[in-house]
Design a protein around this ligand. Structure first.
Ligand SMILES: Cc1cc2nc3c(=O)[nH]c(=O)nc-3n(C[C@H](O)[C@H](O)[C@H](O)COP(=O)(O)O)c2cc1C
Length: 588
């Protein structure tokens, strides 16, 4: 007890001003469904670091639910935890309904002073220290920890997997002890850490608390079970703050059985290692840079992280993003083969057309740039699986007119347009010109022009078709978050006139190939595009104030589609149907 300063009084109220709030955590499938309403079910939750293949639940006696938890059962659980985690004895173990509840209690063991949290890390540590009225500093290095009254490290760290050595931690603990400080080591993911890396065997030194989470490795987060490991006097103090019956009878039974099941524990560690390698292959194959993790999750860094988050979400796969690090995504492990397949396909769909892997600088997020960078790479080999997926892409590309209003992440539209650089063009003239139309007044003028032109087109319809025409939705100008107009620059000198002598209109056709390239790239990323041609080209040119030499090719609504369909909208509406190739083919 003498090795740390106690707070003495009651814990501060939860509404203490300056306490971090609104912390986002993984695993909230309700939020995922609200964010991606059209996503296919079942959702795949990769947003946590929880083992997706849990310990098999034992049959539980009804008594466990009917009676208060038994003290003998609690002692057995403590003994099983001590043995499994490597704590000196059961007297060094405090069982709790999850470690989360312990954080403010333990932070409150130290008189309000300075808390240093080795960051970035699990955000609740900062909130807990603030609740205990500490002035909290986020430390970027171990050195700053020893100067605090309360030092908190997560080891291995979430989300980057950084691992501190025991000697380093012993040094911090020693320095803190000299000043009456406390070291908290959150070993929530140590079950999958290297052998011998846990500090559990060192807690007897007196001013160290090690936290162990049951739910993550055993995949039973809902059981709410966790442990504090500490020297017996400190452990007793924590236990008294928790009070009696903190851990439910069913949790005692499940925890004791699971923690003693060496065979399952060893097999699971091996399975998780294999699964993490498989996840690595998918992530690396998609060109993502893995910057850390444990075998329960991987952290990747990418400048297209925001677009990938959206893409996966729309495919029903929920990963963890970080408010302060928009370039990070954390991937948990898929549960079984169907989930692995869905992840693999969704990643392939993203990379099939998404900007290529971005290692560092944003300028690499340009498909053209990557082509040049990889000039020395071997030529691409497309296999049968790819060919099948390409056909899927062509079959599932749609002209989209019904959009969600969700905006694109910053830069996503520009990156999509950059795919035009891969399109063919006469004489390599690249004559396409794109105008992103953001100005509300210009958008309104385009809408008005469409309305007028569409009314004229309706009036020109034969009587028997007019009724059906009037019902067609022929543009998504109102809802689509992005609008672009495409022009062909007929005056461009690029290409030195090659191929245009007899057919100057080849410049326009080249711009159309760019449109189609973007159309496919967009679809591969779950983005829909709709062509609006019911417009007066002269009016559009005037509204957008572009050079007169630019020939208007088309106006496009772009956004996340409300639905996916293999059948064109006009076919579904009964206007026209897609013929098979023979009717468009003659032989000479
Ligand atoms: C040059 C061109 C102009 C188009 N203009 C419009 C248009 O003004 N409004 C519309 O709703 N669809 C327009 N479309 C979309 C077609 O109606 C659509 O491509 C066709 O029905 C086949 O459907 P799919 O693209 O979903 O396969 C246009 C398509 C092309 C290629």
């Amino acid at each position: 007890m003498s090795a740390y300063k106690t707070a003495g009084g009651a814990l501060p109220p939860a509404t203490e001003s300056g306490v971090a709030s609104d912390i986002t955590h993984g695993g909230d499938l309700g939020a995922a469904r609200a964010m991606f309403p059209g996503a296919p079910e079942p959702l795949i939750d990769l947003s946590t670091g929880i083992n997706p293949n849990p310990y098999p639940l034992p049959a539980l006696s009804a008594d466990l639910f009917a009676r208060l938890p038994d003290s003998t059962a609690l002692a057995k659980l403590a003994a099983a935890a001590a043995a499994n985690y490597g704590a000196p004895s059961a007297a060094h173990v405090v069982a709790a309904p999850g470690t989360q509840i312990l954080l403010p209690l333990i932070a409150g063991l130290v008189r309000p002073g300075c808390a240093a949290v080795l960051s970035p890390t699990y955000a609740e540590h900062i909130r807990a220290a603030q609740l205990a009225r500490h002035a909290v500093r986020e430390a970027s290095g171990v050195g700053a920890l020893a100067e605090a009254d309360l030092a908190i490290v997560t080891n291995p760290n979430n989300p980057d997997g950084r691992l501190l050595g025991k000697d380093e931690l012993r040094g911090v603990a020693r320095k803190l002890a000299g000043r009456g400080g406390l070291l908290v080591i959150d070993e929530a993911f140590m079950d999958v850490g290297p052998d011998g890396a846990s500090f559990a065997g060192d807690v007897a030194s007196g001013n160290v608390v090690v936290l162990r989470s049951f739910g993550k490795f055993f995949g039973l987060a809902g059981v709410r079970l966790g442990f504090a490991l500490a020297a017996p006097p400190l452990a007793a103090r924590i236990a008294s703050l928790l009070g009696p019956w903190a851990v439910s009878g069913p949790a005692l039974a499940i925890g004791t059985r699971a923690l003693s099941d060496r065979a399952w524990i060893e097999a699971t560690r091996a399975n998780l290692t294999r699964a993490a390698k498989r996840l690595d292959a998918i992530l690396v194959g998609a060109g993502l840079e893995i910057v850390g993790g444990t075998t329960l999750f991987r952290l990747v860094r990418s400048s297209v992280a925001a677009a990938l988050f959206q893409h996966l979400g729309r495919a029903g796969i929920f990963v963890r993003r970080f408010a302060n690090r928009p370039d990070w995504l954390r991937f948990g492990l898929p549960a079984g083969e169907p989930d692995w397949q869905r992840l693999q396909q969704a990643m392939a769909a993203f990379t099939g057309a998404a900007p290529p892997p971005v290692k560092t600088a944003p300028e690499h997020a340009n498909p053209e740039g990557d082509e040049h960078a990889s000039a020395a790479a071997p030529s691409a080999n497309f296999d049968d699986a790819f060919r099948a997926r390409l056909r899927d892409l062509l079959a599932w590309r749609r002209d989209v007119r019904r959009f969600l209003r969700d905006p694109f992440p910053d830069g996503a539209l520009e990156r999509l347009i950059a795919f035009a650089g891969l399109a063919p063009s006469v004489g390599l003239s690249q004559p396409w010109r794109f105008v992103i139309v953001n100005d509300p007044a210009r958008r309104a003028a385009i809408r008005d022009n469409f309305t007028a032109c569409n009314a004229q087109a309706l009036a020109a319809q034969a009587t028997e078709r007019a009724g059906l025409y009037a019902k067609l939705k022929l543009a998504g100008l109102e809802e689509a978050p992005a609008h672009i107009a495409v022009f062909a620059d007929r005056s461009t000198e690029q290409g030195h006139g090659l191929g245009r002598h007899t057919m100057p209109e080849m410049i326009d056709y080249s711009a159309v190939t760019a449109v189609h390239t973007i159309w496919l790239a967009a679809r591969a990323q779950g983005i829909g595009m709709g062509w609006v041609s019911i417009l007066d080209p002269e009016a559009v040119t005037a509204i957008l104030e572009v050079p007169e030499d630019w020939k208007f090719i088309g106006y496009f609504c772009i956004g996340y589609p409300r639905t996916d369909d293999k059948v064109p909208e006009l076919e579904r509406a009964g206007w026209e149907y897609r013929r098979q190739a023979p009717s468009t083919l003659i032989q000479r």
